[in-house]
Each structure stands twice: as C-alpha cells, then as structure tokens.
Write a protein that binds this ligand. Sequence first.
Ligand code: BES
Ligand code: ZN
Length: 865
Amino acid sequence: MNKKSSVRLASHIFPTKYQITVKPDLEAFIFEGEETIDLILQKPSKNITLHSKELEIESAEIFNASLRERKKGIWAGKMSYNTKAETATLAFSKFLPKGKSQLKLIFKGVLNDKMRGFYRSSYTHQGHEKHLATTQFEATDARRAFPCFDEPAQKAVFEVSLIIPEFQSAISNTLPTEIKEHSGGYKIVKFAPTPKMSTYLLAMIVGDFEFVESIAKSHGKKTTVRVYTTPGKKHQAKFALNCSIKFLEFFNQYFSIPYPLNTLDLIAIPDFAHGAMENWGAITYRETALLIDEEHSAAANKQQVALTIAHELAHQWFGNLVTMEWWTHLWLNEGFASYIEYLAVDNLFPKWDIWTQFAYGDMGYALTLDAFKNTHPIEVEVGNPEEIGEIFDAISYSKGASVIRMLAAYLGERKFRDGLRFYLKKYSYKNAATKHLWMALEKISGKPVAKIMRNWVSRPGYPVLKIVDDGKKLKIFQSRFYSSAVSKKQSKDKTIWEVPITSRDSNYHQPTTTLSRPSATLPQRGREGRQWLKINSNETGFYRVAYGPKMLESLAEPIKNKKLSSIERWGIIRDAFALAEAGEIPTSDALGLAGKYQKEDDYTVWVELVSGLDAIAQLIYKEKIYGEFKKFALNTFAGILSNTNWTINAKDAHTKALLRSLILNAAGRFGDAAAIKIAKQKFKHLLSTGKHIHPDLRSAVYNTVAENGGEDEFKKLHFLHNQANLQEEQRRLARAMANFKSKNEIVKYLKFVLSRHVRAQDAPLFLAVSLANPNARDLTWKFIKQNWNILLQRYGHGGHLLSRVIQPLWHYSTEEKAKEIEKFFRTHPAPGCQRTIAQILEKIRSNEAWLRRDLRNIENFLHGA
Ligand code: BES
Ligand code: ZN
C-alpha cells in the first residue's frame, strides 16, 4: 500500500445518514454525543473503520435487519484506535452482511480551545466572562467532534439535535423543526435534515446570541437570512446582512440554480482560526470579517467583509453543492471562490473598482509566491491531514483564482458562466475533479480547455515572456520565471505553457494568439508609426513580461498620460520590480520607471509602488544609502502626497479612502516630517478629548505615532487597545504597536502579544508584523525561538498560523542567517511549515545575491537622481 492510499478509508462501506445528538457543557468544557449512522456495506465485513480523533467511544452497536439480534444489536467486541491514521476500528463477533446496517455509537470529547473540531470561544459581556461552543471542521476535523467517514466524497444527510441550556440558542445548518424540554433545565433542539453533503460542512453552535434578519427572494423562493453576534453587537451586523441578501440573489441568478435551503445564517465567532468557513447554511466568521461599526470601521474593512461574504456564499454552490472528489482538487473550491467573490462585489459595488484590486491582492501575491523554486503545482497529491492543511495557501487560492480569470477572459464571460452552470447542474450533490470542470467548459465553448489549462494547473511556476524587437520582427520567448537569480541558475525546468497572448499598441489591439512553443514571432498589424506596445492586455494572463530597454522606456509615455488602463500601469511596474529582484534588469531601471508614476492616482498602482519601494528599503536598511533612499521614496510620493489631505469628505470615493490611508501610512513610514507632525497632533487630540479619529485615518495615525514614538506612546496605544471592544480596532492598535524602534518597547510588545490580552487567533499576525519591522527583527526572532514550545502548543496542530509567524524571516539577507535558521528548524519541529521554511531560505539567499549585485547600482542611481 502506498503512503497516499493508506490514509483513505475503505470504499466498500459508506454512510447515507447520520442522526447525531450532542450535549456540550460550557462549564466543564466537555461534550457528550450519540449517533446512529445508516451504512451501506458493499460486501460482508467483520469490522468497520471510521475517523475519530481525541474522542472516547463508549459503546458501539450494530443493527441489521437480517441478524437475529436485530432488536438488541450486536456490540463491537473490540474497539481499537489508530492515532496516526486518526481512526477507530470496531471489530464485531460475526460478519455483517452486505447491504444496509445501522451503527449506533456513544462518545464523548473535550470542548477544546484550539479553534478546531468542536471548540469553545470566549468573550466578555457586561464585565463577565462568557463562553460559546462552535465547530470548525474543514479540512479534517469533523472527526474530532463525532466518529464519521470524514472524507469529502462520503456525502450523507445529517440530522442534528443539540441539547442546550433552556435560555441559550443553538444554530446548525438547517432550521429547527422541534424544540422539546429536557431534564435539568435543558432543552433539545432538533434540526431539519441537511441536504446530502460532506462532513466538513457540518456546523453546531451553542451560546447566547442576538441577530438581525431579512428575507431574500429569488426564483420564487424565500430564504431567511440572519446575521448572528454575541450579545450587544447586532448593530454591527447590518452591513453584512445587506450584502448577504444581495449576494444570495446575485448567485441564484448567476449560477441559475436556486440556493436549496430556506435559511442562511452568518455567525460572528470571537475566536476563529481562519477568516471564515462556508458551512452549508451556517457560515462562521471571525468578527473582523463580518462586523462593521459605522462609526469605527474603515473602508478597507468594509471591502474585506464584502469580499469574504461573497466568497463564502459562492462556496454554497461551488464546494457545497458540488464538492471536490479529494483534497487534491481543493483549488477548485478555493480558487474559484476567490475569483467569483470579485464578480459579486463588483456587481453590488461597481464604484469600488474591485477588479483592479484583484490585481494586487490575488494575482500579484500569487506571482510572487509562485516565483519560488519551492512552490507547488495548483493540483497536488495530498494524503495526511498535515499535507492537506498545507495546501490552503496562496497557490490554491490566488494562483487558482488568477488562472480561472485568465480562462474566463479567453472563453468570454458568457461561455464561461454557461459552462459553470452546466457543471454545477451535472454534479449537484455529487463530487467532481478538475477534469470534470474542463469537460463542461469545453462542451459549452468548443475550445480545448483541458489542453490549454494543463500546465498552468499541473506544473509549478509560470512563464516570463521575453520580448525582442529586432526592428523588423517581434520575437517572443518563454521560460519559467524565478524571483531568485540563485534558483534560476540551478533550474532545469523546461516547461512550456500555452500562453494566451493579447497585446495592443498606440494604434491597435493586436490579434490574440496562443504561444505553445518556446518561442515565436508575433504577427503585427501596422507597426509603422507605433510609439509603444503593451503585452498582456488588462493583465488577464498569468505571466510576466520582460521588455527590452527601449520598449520599456517607450511605455513611460502611455503610463504618464494614462493611455494604459490602471491595471496595465500596475502590471508594468509590478514586473519591473520583480525583474530587478531576479537580476534580469538592473534595480536602477525599476526605480527609474517608478519615478515616471508621479502623476499616478490609482490606488492599486500605488499599492504596488509602495510595496516595491518597501521591498528595496527592507533590503538596504542597514546600508549607508538608506537615508537617501527614503528621500527618493518620498520624492516619488510627492505628487500624490500633495493631493492627499487628512480631511475626510463624506462624498469621497471608496478608492480615495483606501489611497489616502496607504499614502499617509507610507509618508509616515518613510519619514515625511509634515505627516509625522499631523499624526502626532491627531493622536494627542484623541487622547485629550476622547473624540474619535475618522476610521480611515486611524492606521496612519497609530502606525506613524509608533514608528516615531517611545515609552509614552507605547503606554497610550496599549491603553487604547485594552479599552477597545471592536476587534477591528484592537487589531489596528496592536498591529501599530509592532512598529516601535526602541528595544524596550519591542520587548514589551513581544510579551504583550503572548499575554492574555491578545487572542490566540491574532498573535501570529502580530509576531509576523514585528518580524517584518527591521528594527525589531533580531529581537523578535530570538523571542520566537525562546517561545517555540508555547507556539507549538498553541499552533502546532496544523493550519497556517505557525507558518504565518515565521514567514517574514525571509527579509533577512545573509547566508549566515540562512544557516542559523536552517539549523534551528533541523532541531525543532515545525508542523505544516516545511514549504515556508524552504521559501525563507530561498529568499534570504536571493536577497544576498541581489544586494551584492545591485547595491552599487542603487547608490549610483540615487546619486544621479
Ligand atoms: N474554506 C475556507 C476556510 C478554511 C481555510 C478552512 C483554511 C480550512 C483551512 C473558507 O472558504 C475561506 O477560504 N476562508 C478564507 C477567507 C476568504 C475570504 C479568502 C480564510 O479563512 O482566510
Ligand atoms: Zn474559501
């Protein structure tokens, strides 16, 4: 048996229905459960193996119509656990016949504080500490709450009953059908049967909640939509309710399949490992991903809430109705939802210009991570839970979304949508793999989808197109792109992608072609009198373009006069920075190009410019020229900064609010004296009057105050943090506190992050921000090493929180550091972090080469500039 198949359950026994009754105890933090599973055995069997983890199965009994003892059932004579496989095996005294049987199990477990399985979350209300019980099952944690066949293809119907205190509420995937009294001040809430679905989508939630509700109507069907919060917060649920109703109606129409349930709940959970989870009909969220306080929430948070709601709603079809056959096809779920969330948000908020933001948020991040030698193909074989957990990453999400966007552009939006409709209809309540989606899209579009998509999905990385204009012909060459010059040298990868090539010049949209070979000559219309040429119109292709120096120079003009769209202006500077890092062009070329963006006013383009300059600042912060570089950066911002003020106008566009926050933050960080002065004034005013700062200005104020402050400012930010009760505000403050430069404050901060004042769900982000602060990096790394056991205990059970903590180690730039980090992780376990560690080492070595190659070049550029 090979490693991969050994983690799968036998396929000849499968469940059709679970009747589950669970009683959580929110004082003793345990739960008791009882379930009857309807099974089908395709051949006689003496034992049954199913998933169970950290549960105690007290009894197991099988009922079968053809067995004598049918009334009593037969007891499992022997029960054994395999902790590695996370299974329990029940051995019976005689063969169970082929056909239907019922398995009855009684079990109990711990209501843990690890944010997975069936767990407890805490909050304070009116000065008292309270708890609620909730579930997080994806990917492989349903088995921590009840023994089950915990694989996505083992779909069944679930009938849940929850036994809860009389005055609390229970939420599950469907609506209650019956509430009965139960002994000892309890009641039993019985929920309607779910649709046929996978175990990872089940939800059971118990506690004190309040909610707002409304009704969505479409296709003549009504769905009650509710947004739940812990007591005292339902006024923060209105924005989410409004979005949910609109998105539900949008998706009903877009997919042309009505949402099948009569209820849709969105629940804000105070402790939550991820951003949100798409449990069918009972979607759970961390508070910052759902709640909006009109007085205290920033535009950026509103946008994130809308995108997250749209994402999880899309899963109700793509994921819940049609589910991947196995986790290898996870990207179908996550890549698709990460793409379509933008479509829904664009529909509801057309002025947000959300597709341009897709560029930086998803596509740019994917291009960065997939440029490592240590990346992985979108589709990857996975077996055990640790491997499965590791692929919930930017490759599945953001590269997945990006290649889907490329495909949609290639097929045309309408054909793409119709193909999806066909796919969803055909596989409703079933499972599918990547090839099934390609077949559906091929059938509707008549285009060779599988052939085109093959290497984008099955191979790691993506191509860079080198464009050579010899004066007569335009030649184009493709090869895999590496951000590290070191990795490129070692590479033997000869992958050739099917690259859809779109281009336009100062006169024409050129004909679209597909490059299927290492190189080709591009057909061109009317090259006479052409002033410039841009490859990859609207940046729909998932690749980079390396123009020759002349061609790149000629693009400065359409950048300045905005003949190119904002997403195209973004693409050009994005690639220039990346090519400089990779050693394909001198860094001075990228910096020179950045200087051409002085009239730029698009938010996304500025995010890229700021982040490109930040990356170089990280590289040279210890060098003599750092001060001069900061001046150059401020000079680059000068135009936009002079157009950005601290006064908010209620009529300001959404993207203007985002841009303002970005630019003011950058101004403070790069040392603009005026920005620092105003930030300090605003902070002082806040403390002396208690009058709120506008939410869109707060991060710039807090960050700038911390970057330029000391003991006193630390104390004040800390005070504000402990006073705040909106998680968004707490996070804003705590993040800002990672930006101090002085040792004392850094040390205090690190202690604070692991104290009881910071939730376990948030500490990883704060440690990461501190590690990204060059002044705090060494101290933070030392602290992480010293507290590794605590981190392991908190986050070492899987998921992404641990790898998120260490990722910013990749800002280091010496071989000595690489060696030290490598050594540490050779002797310290870091579950779920292997790929991140490899990427850290790869990037550090790349940084070292970059610095050696271009330090003098940057210096010369700054002196000449
Ligand atoms: N299905 C995921 C939740 C999840 C993530 C489960 C990782 C198990 C492991 C959910 O749909 C999701 O993708 N949530 C995102 C937020 C979303 C807006 C991208 C998350 O939690 O980060
Ligand atoms: Zn998702």
